[in-house]
Design a binder for this molecule. Structure first.
Ligand SMILES: Cc1cc2nc3c(=O)[nH]c(=O)nc-3n(C[C@H](O)[C@H](O)[C@H](O)COP(=O)(O)OP(=O)(O)OC[C@H]3O[C@@H](n4cnc5c(N)ncnc54)[C@H](O)[C@@H]3O)c2cc1C
Length: 401
């Protein structure tokens, strides 16, 4: 029997760990139940940190962890999935193809930034969505030091005033000063289509965010969108033209394209609809998890968000349940009552909220310490030691804060 997990993000990593954990508990051998993980690289990209400087350092190796728990790593990208014959084709970077059959499939392919068809965006827009994108932005920021000093060189426009846009923008003045010199006067502007910044965060945390933006010197334009850009300037829907040689697109994400190959219902973000066990109900043998799935978190009508916090725990449930079905033991319904957010606000500290109503719990330097701990410890893979790795993936205890 074989479980194939596609994707080595937070959801895929925890799906592998928890499937291996249940196999171990049930005393099944890796020959009786093979667990294979397919991903282009055997590394975890620490996506929530990609707004930081030195993005090339923001990955963690997975090969030793996977080996320690007898999970087979298959290098490549899943290109096609045939859910009738339960086969997938994996394309490698060398141009070869490999066919894999599965008894249970866990789709953990995550999400990617949605780039609308705006003139100039494809050629001149940057982002902090993937490792390559973040590295390209970092290189560009460093190249600004070689350009003549002028308004546009020192100006960064961040399109999108949600979670990612705010973190990218508040980090930017310090990043630019580190590159252009401490006397540089960087200008950072968030452009948000909605009438207020942080539209999803609600009224409680907003004054703290607005105050932090003022402190770090980030300007905002609300109620307007970016309509075009080129190498030197951005034009907004209200007619304003801003000289800016750097535009960071941070507005909107969608489930990764592979989800489109699963013949099932999807939401507006392209996420596969799943039941409480994270099964794609209409397609036998297929589970979906993390940013690739839309799952209910509780009985109060809350659904998992496209977040690391949800992806990690959903991964643990999906892996456990895929293994449980094959090992003939009961599955565990996914549930995630606790929900917190920790928003980095650059040199103005951070903001920690609890609950779906986003009650502000900690701010400033104290919240920044929590953010640092989340970003440098909590979200990294477990040690490559069998017992510790398996113990880290008990679905009932993963990211229950
Ligand atoms: C800048 C930024 C800041 C963020 N901040 C936070 C935060 O503070 N808190 C928070 O909770 N979340 C945050 N997030 C969101 C968080 O990173 C995602 O929700 C999380 O990464 C989702 O995990 P995942 O495992 O579902 O997908 P991903 O992390 O996207 O991983 C998907 C994996 O699947 C692989 N893959 C995709 N397609 C294929 C294929 N066809 N074949 C093989 N492999 C494939 C990818 O290579 C990758 O390894 C942030 C995101 C960004 C970009």
């Amino acid at each position: 029997m074989r479980i194939v997990i596609i994707g080595a993000g937070f959801a895929g990593m925890y799906a592998a760990l928890s499937a291996a954990r249940l196999r171990d508990i049930q005393g099944a051998s890796p020959e009786e139940l093979e667990i294979a993980l397919v991903a282009p690289e055997p590394t975890l990209v620490i996506r929530p940190r990609l707004y930081e400087a030195k993005p090339e350092t923001l990955t963690a190796p997975l090969l030793d962890v996977l080996k320690s728990i007898d999970v087979v790593y298959v290098q490549g990208s899943a290109e096609t999935v045939d859910t009738k014959s339960r086969m997938l084709q994996v394309a490698t970077a060398k141009g070869t193809r490999k066919t894999l059959s599965y008894d249970r499939l866990v789709v953990a392919t995550g999400s990617r930034l949605f780039r609308p068809n705006i003139p100039g965006l494809a050629e001149h827009g940057f982002s902090v969505d993937s490792l390559d994108d973040a590295v390209a932005l970092d290189r560009h920021l460093h190249s600004l030091a070689d350009r003549p000093a002028r308004n546009g060189r020192d100006t960064v426009v961040v399109a999108g005033g949600g979670f990612t846009g705010i973190e990218a923008a508040t980090e930017m003045p310090a990043r630019l000063r580190a590159i252009l010199g401490k006397d540089a006067k960087p200008r950072v502007i968030i452009v948000e289509r909605n009438g207020a910044i942080a539209p999803d965060m609600g009224a409680g945390p907003r004054p703290i965010i607005e105050d932090a933006l003022r402190k770090v010197g980030v300007e905002t334009r609300v109620g307007a969108g970016v309509t075009s850009l080129d190498e030197t300037a951005v034009t907004l829907s209200n007619g304003e033209r801003i000289e800016a040689e750097t535009v960071v697109w941070a507005a909107g994400i969608r489930a990764a394209p592979l989800t489109q190959q699963i013949p099932a219902e999807r939401d507006n973000f392209g996420r596969l609809l799943v039941d409480q066990d994270l099964r794609v109900t209409s397609v036998p043998g297929v589970f979906a998890t993390g940013d690739a799935a839309k799952a209910a978190c509780d009985d109060a009508g809350n659904f998992a968000l496209m977040s690391c916090q949800h992806a990690t725990r959903m991964g643990a449930f999906a892996g456990n349940n895929a293994a449980a079905e094959l090992l003939g033991v009961p599955t565990k319904p996914y549930h995630q009552k606790a929900y917190v957010t920790c928003l980095d606000l650059g040199e103005a500290g951070a903001l920690f909220t609890r609950g779906w109503e986003r009650k502000v719990e900690i701010v400033g330097e104290v919240a920044k310490k929590t953010k640092h701990e989340i970003n440098t410890v909590w979200i990294y893979p477990p040690r490559a030691e069998r017992a510790a790795a398996l113990a880290s993936a008990d679905p009932d205890h993963v990211t229950e804060v």
